[in-house]
Design a protein around this ligand. Structure first.
Ligand code: F1P
Length: 324
């Protein structure tokens, strides 16, 4: 794909559209796009566009859309691309792990990432790969060479961090028993918190919720107990406020798993497991690794429960609706 697609350059607003994990990529990608390019960006679940088109597209001029789908076949996502291209004359970019599928054929351009297409029903490396692909695109559109260079450094440092993380999460899961999970993040980390919760649900059939970190105080915190594992995805920009919530929840008796790039004494003292990435990279260049903990926690919790995390009950690899 010519990453300099003119319609992307000209767009005054970008919609990021997907389902499931791909919608959560859209959440993180839309936040990244706005922060990198300064242009308006929104994440939309494909079903919302199909069921409430006027709500989504009201007074949206100069719109382009990135339509995200590992399989390129998810019915709602393909229909969303068709609707935009054929009924609204809005150009779309397919972001996909699978070429020659309906989405690829309908979209005006394709950012194809076939190596990311894992065999598992559950999206893991395809999540991080498609998010990174969209962050690269944003950095190219913004002409941000420093961010492009930082993104290019990420795989090497992330691979090292991933290797160190496996045994820590495996041990933590083996030595704890939880009734439920809550995953918390703000700004570009909110979509990653949603994905963390989905991994726990898909891979281990556990009850997991996700919230904007400070929203958790407004009622949902009533669920907190030592048998509740709270994932805090700590940002730099919101660190102090997020740490206030972390300390408050520790005071209520929660078990806390914290992911941060750098943690201070407060976070260290209140976390039952602290994952400190320590990457010498700008914040937006190191978003993707924040989902590793949730992916591993889902994997090891599923295995501990005697499940097959790659083939979750009730799920299919792609959701194809009957009338497709
Ligand atoms: C989207 C999705 C996945 C989910 C499951 C069903 O797939 O909802 O996020 O884990 O595999 O499909 P896709 O549109 O990205 O192929």
């Amino acid at each position: 794909m010519d990453l300099q697609c003119q319609y992307f350059h000209d767009a005054t607003e970008l919609l990021f559209i997907g389902c499931g994990s791909s919608y959560y990529i859209a959440l993180a990608a839309a936040a990244s796009w706005k922060m990198i390019t300064g242009r308006r960006a929104r994440a939309i679940a494909a079903s919302e566009l199909l069921l409430y088109p006027n709500l989504v597209l009201a007074d949206s001029s100069g719109v382009a859309a990135a339509v995200i789908s590992r399989s390129g076949r998810t019915s709602e996502t393909v229909r969303a691309a068709e609707f935009l291209e054929r009924e609204k004359d809005i150009r779309t970019l397919a972001v996909t792990g699978t070429r020659t599928q309906p989405l690829d054929q309908i979209a005006s351009s394709t950012l194809g990432l076939p190596p990311c297409d894992e065999e598992s029903t559950v999206m893991t490396r395809s999540f991080t790969a498609m998010l990174l692909g969209l962050q690269y695109l944003a950095a190219m559109v913004a002409g941000d060479d420093g961010l492009i260079a930082a993104l290019a450094k990420l795989p090497a440092v992330a691979e090292k961090a991933m290797g160190a993380l496996h045994p820590r999460i495996r041990e933590f899961v083996a030595s704890h028993q939880f009734d439920d999970y809550v995953c918390l993040g703000q700004g570009p980390f909110y979509g990653l918190a949603c994905e963390t919760a989905l991994k726990l649900t898909e891979m281990s059939v556990s009850y997991a919720q996700s919230f904007h970190t400070l929203e958790f105080r407004h009622g949902p915190k009533s669920i907190v107990s030592p048998k509740t594992l709270l994932f805090f995805l700590l940002s730099e920009q919101g660190y102090d406020s997020e740490c206030d919530v972390l300390q408050e929840m520790k005071g209520l008796g929660a078990t806390i798993l914290t992911i941060a790039n750098h943690a201070d004494k407060r976070a260290r003292e209140s976390s039952d497991l602290l994952i400190e990435l320590g990457f010498d990279l700008p914040e937006l260049a190191r978003l993707a690794p924040y989902v590793f903990a949730g992916q591993f926690a889902g994997l090891y919790t599923g295995l501990k429960k005697g499940l097959d995390p790659d083939n979750p009950r009730n799920l299919s690899r792609v959701v194809i609706l009957d009338d497709d």
